[in-house]
Design a protein around this ligand. Structure first.
Ligand code: PMP
Length: 440
């Protein structure tokens, strides 16, 4: 039990009553684990409504929301342009299980702008997208093994629920029960930000790798920006050893920029996965990449993948409305500049308040941790106090009407709806919360 759990305040009110009921019908009372507040302690807030940058709980209290559904809502909650597109879609029937023009429009929108997207296939979750990309990599290369990196999350497909033990040659342990040993043997795990370890893993096992998968901006274990030369070396080693480079842009795609991290880094992935912003908050994800690889997928090729609700027309139109509005308003540059300003001011507020906190940010995402001497690029560089400290910060912020993601290892997201006035209000609340939370 973490310290935060040990200090769990007794929950009261309507949210607590709803959670008691939820516990009787759903494992842990939630449909996705982080929502249960276990890593920050306390009882989860039940939200009834979202509008712009704000969420409203079941008692009508407002919160400035920096979770934004863990990333998809780049325009904020209930954006009117997206809402119009969705209403129009619903009026015309919401699932056909057949060909329709809406997925074609979204597929063409993406493929015309992202040169590495020669073909794209829509699915309903990031997990499915990754699972399907791995299947293609194995089919295309005739190899079984996949290299992943410690601290990167790629959804809950069995092969990706593996963490490193100590060191590359060390014991590998599944990070979930129910994952068969046989699957662990085909997943190698290496540390991030370690050029020598990368070289060693390819020297030893490069010829057996179907592919390497990485979040080009790791954002599932804090925000751990990688050095360009490390990512470039990974790409070069993949090419030299005939392993496919799979960039998992489920968070970073259409978030950091229209072209995602692939564009920012000048990397051309063999396969790429998208989700979150692509569907504007609806269950939409995709895998995409080189035509020769993607043409291995059914019905043209031998790799099977299908989905009853794939390319659901409501999600397709929400995604297209989101992306086209971002493009028309030059949203990415506006939002990234606003976030950079906000994070610089927030860091100054923390300094003035005398609390040693680093504000790590990239594009419209940020992550807070206790001050370290150097940038944190690996899981083992995260301060040991992170969980307990963040739990205190989270609750201090919640009490002041700011909803941060309910785990110290999740990143915060800004949306286009976070205007300067709202951000000013958030800064004041976060500075006071940091003082209350004490030393990280
Ligand atoms: N890959 C990455 C990089 C992710 O961040 C996530 C989800 N946070 C996934 C895959 C899995 O996506 P989903 O939750 O839609 O299955």
């Amino acid at each position: 039990m973490t310290q935060a759990q040990g200090q769990r305040p007794k929950a009261q009110g309507r949210s607590a009553a709803l959670f008691d009921r939820a516990l009787r019908v759903t494992p842990g009372g939630v449909h996705s684990p982080v929502r249960a507040f276990r890593s920050v302690g306390g009882s989860p807030v039940f939200f009834a409504r979202g509008a712009g940058a704000r969420l409203f709980d079941v008692e009508g209290r407002a919160y400035i929301d920096f979770c934004q559904s863990f990333g998809p809502l780049i325009l904020g909650h209930a954006d009117p342009h997206v809402a119009r597109a969705v209403r129009e879609a619903i009026d015309n029937g919401w699932s056909f299980g057949a060909c329709e023009p809406y997925s074609l429009a979204l597929a063409e929108w993406v493929a015309r702008r992202l040169p590495w997207v020669e073909r794209i296939r829509f699915v309903s979750s990031g997990t499915e997208a990754v699972m399907s990309a791995l299947r293609i990599a194995r089919a295309a290369t005739g190899r079984a093994r996949i290299l992943k990196f410690e601290g990167c999350y790629h959804g809950h497909t069995d092969a990706m629920l593996v963490q490193a033990g100590s060191g590359l040659a060390g014991r590998r342990a599944a990070s979930s029960a129910g994952v068969p040993d046989g699957i662990l043997n085909d997943t190698l795990v290496a540390p991030l930000d370690d050029l020598e370890a990368l070289q060693r893993v390819f020297d030893a096992d490069g010829a057996t790798l179907a592919g390497a998968i990485v979040e080009p901006l790791p954002a599932n274990y804090g925000l751990l920006p990688q050095r360009r030369d490390w990512l470039a070396k990974l790409a070069a080693l993949c090419a030299a050893h005939g392993a496919l480079l799979i960039l998992d842009e489920v968070i970073s795609g259409f978030r950091v920029a229209r072209e995602g991290m692939s564009g920012e880094l000048g990397l051309r992935p063999d396969l790429v996965t998208y989700g979150k912003v692509l569907g504007g908050g609806f269950p939409v994800a995709a895998y995409a990449g080189r035509a020769d690889l993607m043409e291995l997928v059914a019905p043209v090729g031998p790799v099977y993948q299908a989905g009853t609700l794939s390319a659901n027309p409501v999600g397709m139109r929400a995604g297209l409305a989101t992306l086209s509005k971002m493009e028309e308003t030059e949203g990415w540059s506006v939002l990234n500049a606003r976030t950079a300003r906000f994070c610089a001011e927030l860091a100054a507020d923390f300094s003035r308040a005398g609390v040693p906190i680093d504000v790590v940010s990239h594009a419209s995402m940020f992550w807070l941790h206790g001050r370290t001497g150097a940038p944190v690029r690996r899981v083992d560089g995260i301060p040991a106090s992170q969980s307990a400290w963040y739990g205190r910060l989270f609750h201090a912020a919640l009490a002041r009407g700011v909803y941060l993601p309910p785990s110290g290892f999740e990143v915060s997201f800004l949306s286009m709806a976070h205007d300067d006035e709202i951000l000013g209000e958030a800064r004041a609340a976060l500075a006071a919360s940091a003082q209350e939370a004490g030393q990280p």
